[in-house]
Design a protein around this ligand. Structure first.
Ligand code: FAD
Length: 491
């Protein structure tokens, strides 16, 4: 059988490996860390368990599909449930809002809480749905860099309705126009951060992101987010994929315009197909350094990073849910700090994720496992020790003001992840969470394609290439890569 090598066991690497295995390739995944999952990893601290990376899970069918490929019942590996509540939002003036996952309930609650005409909310959400439906097939499910993509009926539909897509205005402008109450604008501006962008720069088409949460739902795996990478790892082993941990790929051997083998510290492994799942910027600087780097693509602005405190909390907070947001009073200035000034703003938006609300074993009874995250600038060698101390105090003060507590008295354990560790642990250039940002309307076209223009058996998947970052898009990149390989090499 033909040999395929996947460099990196991130979520997209696992998905590509499984799909290639399904095409009868002998597949080996080579991963530098001693665990699979990449950014989808977890730790234990005392009696608390923490998911280290992603906390929001949408489009679970993209995971289920991978089990179904091998005629396995997804729920014999992986179980999850749909959330009834999307997120609890809090503002400094004492207002709070629980966003229901039931669309009608959301519309009537939001209209009441924010004194917003129902029609505004309905019109906005209808456009959200329309944008998603016009573009998802075109922008998310196919290679954008193959001519064939442009010859489809979907392209014609999207062109016909191009005005609806709001490409020439910012997400913030669309939201300001859509709502009378600035709090609703802020609530819908936040979706820009789902791909590490700024609502004041990212185009209005991004108002399709809430479609996923509000129409398709948000989910949580039974044992937390780590279940996603671990159940796929188990499936990979069960279907005969070899996973080589603690092994770094250092270079690639080529012959004419083909990759011939990948080289690690200990061996040289021959390959018919090579799939690169690591951050594409780092890849061209490391194991692909003999290839000509696509400069323009690689110098796109990076998405934002994050700074996260993982706190074991010795108290229960009934006003909080799985997802909680404590908004900054000056969102625009906060984003200006993240993307331009490149240090923290004194009043950050604080996200608190608490899986123990749903997964009872994640914290002792009456306690909670808090994942407290602020959006952060990319790593530009700032003084992170100083920045961490500074922002920790601001976060604690904000939580105390809004929740009327002294949270510092309840922190039993603490673990911290800064952009530096995110960069180091997953080789993500500058610690970006989602590869490149979507801060301009051409971003989708300027992401690295899923194939190499230099080596005709080298492919790319993962958050730094098309269609972009986040679990669902990474899973789709695995699908696009396997479709391309099937198309290019099946004869
Ligand atoms: P990665 O996870 O980046 O993994 C790449 C792998 O390649 C790593 O395991 C790395 O060790 C390996 N590697 C690198 N170089 C080499 C080498 N030379 N040899 C061998 N192996 C190598 N997404 C969501 O959908 N929802 C969220 O709520 C969300 N929140 C996030 C919060 C945080 C704090 C972070 C960090 C990310 C978040 N994301 C979220 C983004 C999401 O985690 C990523 O988009 C996704 O996990 C990236 O997967 P990937 O396949 O691109 O690979």
């Amino acid at each position: 059988a033909k040999q395929a090598i996947v460099v990196g066991a991130g979520i997209a690497g696992l998905a590509s490996a499984l799909r290639l295995r399904h095409q009868n390739y002998e597949v080996t995944i080579i991963e530098q860390n001693n665990y699979t999952g990449g950014k989808l990893h977890a730790i234990n601290r005392g009696d608390y368990r923490f998911d280290l990376g992603p906390s929001l899970f949408t489009l679970p069918y993209l995971v289920d599909e991978l089990f179904e490929l091998f005629n396995k019942k997804p729920n014999s590996y992986f179980n999850y449930h749909r959330k009834k509540n999307i997120c609890n939002y809090f503002w400094e003036d004492g207002q709070s809002f629980s966003a229901s996952a039931n669309l009608d309930e959301f519309i009537s609650d939001a209209s009441q809480t924010f004194n917003e005409p129902i029609e505004n909310i309905k019109t906005y959400l209808n456009k959200t749905e329309k944008k998603y439906q016009l573009t998802s097939n075109l922008f998310l499910e196919k290679s954008l860099h193959r001519f064939k993509t442009y010859l489809s009926l979907d392209t014609l539909r999207a062109i016909k309705d191009i005005g609806v897509l709001d490409l020439n205005t910012s997400l913030n402008n669309v939201n300001e126009k859509g709502f009378e109450n600035p709090k609703l604008t802020q609530l819908f501006n936040r979706y820009a951060t789902y791909n590490g962008s700024s609502p004041y720069k990212t185009p209005g088409i991004m108002s399709m992101i809430p479609y996923l949460e509000m129409y398709q739902g948000t989910f949580l795996p039974e044992n937390g987010m780590h279940d996603i990478s671990q159940s796929l790892t188990k499936l990979a082993r069960d279907v005969g994929i070899k996973i080589q941990l603690n092994t770094k790929v250092n270079s690639i051997k080529t012959f004419k315009n083909k990759a011939r083998a990948v080289v690690t510290d200990s061996s040289e492994i021959e390959a018919d197909i090579v799939v690169c799942n690591m951050d594409v910027f780092t890849a061209y600087q490391s194991f692909l350094k003999d290839l000509k780097p696509p400069e323009k693509t690689l110098h796109q602005e990076r998405s934002s990073s994050a700074l996260i405190f993982y706190w074991g909390i010795t108290k229960a907070f009934p006003e909080l849910d799985l997802h909680n947001i404590l908004f900054s009073e000056n969102y625009k200035t906060e984003f200006d700090h993240i993307f331009n000034k490149k240090y923290f703003y004194k009043d950050p938006t604080v996200y608190i994720n608490i899986t123990s609300k749903e997964v009872k074993t994640d914290a002792p009874k009456g306690h909670e496992n808090w994942f407290v995250m602020v959006n952060a600038p990319t790593n530009e060698n700032q003084n992170w020790k100083e920045q961490t101390t500074y922002i920790r105090e601001k976060i604690i003060n904000k939580i105390n003001r809004i929740l009327n507590t002294r949270v510092e008295n309840y922190i039993a354990t603490e673990h911290v992840l800064t952009p530096v560790e995110i960069e180091k642990e997953t080789s993500s250039f500058k610690g970006s969470l989602y590869g490149t940002s979507s801060n301009n309307k051409f971003a989708a076209f300027l992401r690295h394609p899923n194939f190499s223009s230099q080596l005709n058996n080298l492919y790319f998947c993962g958050g730094s290439v098309h269609p972009g970052g986040g679990i669902p898009l990474c899973l789709l990149s695995g699908k696009i890569v396997s479709d391309l390989i099937d198309h290019d090499h099946s004869k």
